[in-house]
Design a protein around this ligand. Structure first.
Ligand code: GAR
Length: 219
């Protein structure tokens, strides 16, 4: 019998509670899932997500950005060394609240994903839910995209949207979007780990078709 292809070794980078990290860990519990969460790294030593990762039996590491002062690249070199040490093949940013320099972005070009709580290109940056409400958006959501040097701007792998209700609060909208995040991040990582994703002229193709079209066909 032909042996199964090796699962891709994935690191999840977090700064906080790590609920997206947990969604990826849960998905990877399925032996048929093409990626294994091999490492969780946080820049915040007491991030709640680190405890959740340890409880799930996953190796954790802390690279505290404060130890590097203003030298962002030195911080990233230390982080990169950890990823190499653990033979990581794909990096998932999941609530990792550091702006990256071109150093790390280039090292992981085409192999680093981020999840952002908005329908990019709308609402890049912080406080996306409050801004969506203030703008009177009718729909809001989340995006998984490849990381490029410009923040929240890389090729989009998958998006999921929810309606904005007339009496929505920021907390209610955030929790509706978070449920979408937990659904789409495992889907995005699966497609990448299966080798079905290609970047062409700044666009993301899955099985050779534009990502948006691919997901429409799935639904
Ligand atoms: C998530 O909503 C994620 O999309 C967001 O932080 C939250 C982390 O939650 N990321 C960003 O805003 C990045 N710009 P989690 O730690 O429970 O996954």
């Amino acid at each position: 019998m032909a042996s199964e292809p090796a699962r891709k070794r994935v690191a999840v980078l977090i700064s906080g509670r790590g609920s997206n990290m947990v969604a990826l860990i849960e998905a990877a519990k399925d032996p048929a899932y093409p990626a294994a969460i091999a490492l969780v790294v946080s820049n915040v030593p007491d991030a709640e997500g680190l405890k959740r990762a340890s409880a799930a039996g996953i190796a954790t590491a802390v690279v505290d950005h404060r130890a590097f002062g203003r030298d962002r690249e030195a911080f990233e070199r230390a982080l990169h060394a950890k990823l190499v040490e653990h033979r990581i093949e794909i990096v998932c940013l999941a609530g990792f609240m550091r702006l990256l320099t071109p150093f790390l972005v280039r090292e992981w070009e085409g192999r680093m994903l981020n999840i952002h709580p908005a329908l990019l290109p709308e609402f890049k940056g912080l406080d996306t839910h409050a801004r969506a409400l203030a703008a009177g958006a009718k729909r809001h959501g989340a995006t998984v995209h490849f990381v490029v040097p410009e923040m929240d701007s890389g090729p989009i792998l998958v998006q999921g949207s929810v309606p904005v209700e007339p009496d929505d609060t920021e907390a209610a909208l955030a929790s509706r979007v978070l449920a979408v995040e937990h659904r789409i991040y495992p889907l995005a990582l699966k497609a990448l780990a299966e080798g079905r994703v290609r970047l062409s002229a700044g666009q993301c193709l899955i099985d050779g078709v534009p990502a948006e079209q691919f997901w429409q066909r799935q639904s």
